[in-house]
Design a protein around this ligand. Sequence first.
Ligand SMILES: *Cc1c(COP(=O)(O)O)cnc(C)c1O
Ligand SMILES: [Zn+2]
Length: 404
Amino acid sequence: MQPNKKGVAIMFSYLDHLECTQCGKTFPHTQLSKISTCCGKVLFARYDLPRMRREVDRNSWQERVTTMWRFSELMPVDDPDNVITLGEGATPLLRAPNLEKKLGLSNLYIKEESLNPTGSFKARGISAAVSKAFELGATGFTMPSAGNAAGAAAAYGARGNLPVKVFMPKDAPAANKKESVMAGSEVNLVEGLISDAGRIAVAVAEEQNLFDLSTLKEPYRAEGKKTMGLEIAMQLDWKMPDAIIYPTGGGTGIIGMYKGFQELLELGWIEGKPPKFIAVQASGCQPIVKAFQEGKHSAEPWPNAATIADGLRVPGPFADYLILRAIRETGGTALAVEDAEMVDAMYEMASTEGIIACPEGAATLVGLKHLLVQGFLQPDETIVLLNTGSGYKYLDLIKESAQG
Ligand SMILES: *Cc1c(COP(=O)(O)O)cnc(C)c1O
Ligand SMILES: [Zn+2]
């Protein structure tokens, strides 16, 4: 298959309509959309899977350009020329033999998302959302972000010649502010948290006719994150792992990957049941853990949210009900870990496997250890940890010498 000038394989999307995740009402996908007008909830992209099943061979994905756009049939963009890409996706699923030995496991993997453009898996969601919005006529964006999403939006905006205004908590990591400035975005620092940044971003978007990219308040960032699940299945030779441990903030990844596995199942391209989805949060911001433990279907906003893991500092995730649904339907669980444990695990991931993980990614290793002790996970299960971003944006957490 020949790539076009942007390196995207030429094919087309089987996108068919949008669907309200609350009531199932359907909407056309041919105009810019945010949340469902019926329930005010998340919209999912739905594809013509029966037709795709007849017409597409899963092996054709393997032969294409090694970016997430190889999955174009299950991606929302209709015209490959509208794809705004920096080569996101196609990250390695690394076997972790040293950690396996240390923890007595037989099948441990780390999905190494820090290799994405701008150093985090946010690149996947932003590439998908910005590309689709551009296709549908958007001319600029707002992005509220606790950190990495801002840098990614700024970079993809620059790549697509589309102006971006980012809104970040004042205490967001310096690296995220600087990468946004470098990429030419307007950087607005907000007193408060991501939720406060979100309110301002939405207001500015409305006033200035920009398209707001808030987590799961438009349908397509989840489609980009979904490709992590498609890749994991492909990398495990069309099998699903037994468990995926995911550092959960707004939940795009957990929701996206679960959706991806369901689509592959419906296509008949994989068999078995989806992995147990395990949400790891920070003890200082654990709305999903609390809701899960209390058997609730929605989460209450977490007061005074505080953690060093900026991607997990999301006190009131908009898609709480979808995160909880993914965890419960797959027999997963949710647990919180301490900031200090995350930092220790940053050292451990680097010294055992050479992976310079962000604190969010390191949190999955902490979660894994707790769940092994509790007996929730078994040593012979195939377990995937998501290292969602690079530790290089967090070097201030690390000592300069062993002596300290
Ligand atoms: C944003 C982010 C997360 C959380 O991702 P969600 O999809 O919002 O749950 C985790 N890790 C890193 C490094 C992030 O930037
Ligand atoms: Zn609805």
